[in-house]
Design a protein around this ligand. Structure first.
Ligand code: HEM
Length: 144
């Protein structure tokens, strides 16, 4: 599949379509947790590793929060709302200086893990389109 990373102007918040529930149905909760875990492991070795927890226990908690969110957004159990409350994700990302480059690295790490999944292309594409657009909402810092 062809993963395209869209470029937006700083401050733009493109409209977002939530992923198809098929993604969760076919991948299962366990599969989403593994995907997110593998993504964090790549981030922890990436150019933007400074943004993410270094200590293993903290990284495990981050993996859990993030998987809880993705399971929920794919129509699954509302784990995230139960443990963290309303997502308000753009606000939760403001303590971290996320620029366009950090977004691209974050997305590239997702391309690496999504490429390994054996799911119908349109199901992966739906999840990818969500990441590609919604990730722009987390960009809060201009490139130097
Ligand atoms: C579709 C886009 C994204 C989604 C859905 C998402 C989701 C999340 C969630 C659910 C959390 C946990 C919030 C909490 O309850 O504390 C989180 C944390 C975080 N995210 Fe994102 N995120 C996205 C994009 C990004 C991007 C592009 C970056 C920067 C490269 C980023 C960096 C971080 C950092 C540094 C944290 C805090 C550490 C952690 O808990 O992992 N996120 N994200």
């Amino acid at each position: 599949m062809n993963f395209t990373i869209s470029q937006y102007e700083f401050g733009q918040r493109p409209s977002v379509t939530i992923p198809t529930p098929e993604f969760l149905k076919l991948l299962t909760e366990e599969g989403i947790r593994k995907l997110v875990s593998d993504h964090y492991d790549l981030l922890a070795r990436s150019e933007v590793k400074h943004l993410f927890p270094r200590i293993e226990e903290a990284l495990d908690k981050a993996k859990q929060r993030s998987s809880d969110f993705f399971i929920q957004i794919c129509g699954g159990h509302p784990y995230y709302n139960k443990s963290r409350g309303k997502p308000m994700l753009a606000a939760r990302h403001t303590p971290f200086a996320i620029n366009q480059h950090a977004r691209v690295v974050w997305l590239q790490c997702y391309i690496e893990v999504l490429s390994k999944l054996e799911l119908p292309e349109q199901v992966i594409e739906s999840f990818w389109n969500y990441l590609n657009t919604f990730s722009f909402w987390m960009v809060n810092t201009k490139e130097e």
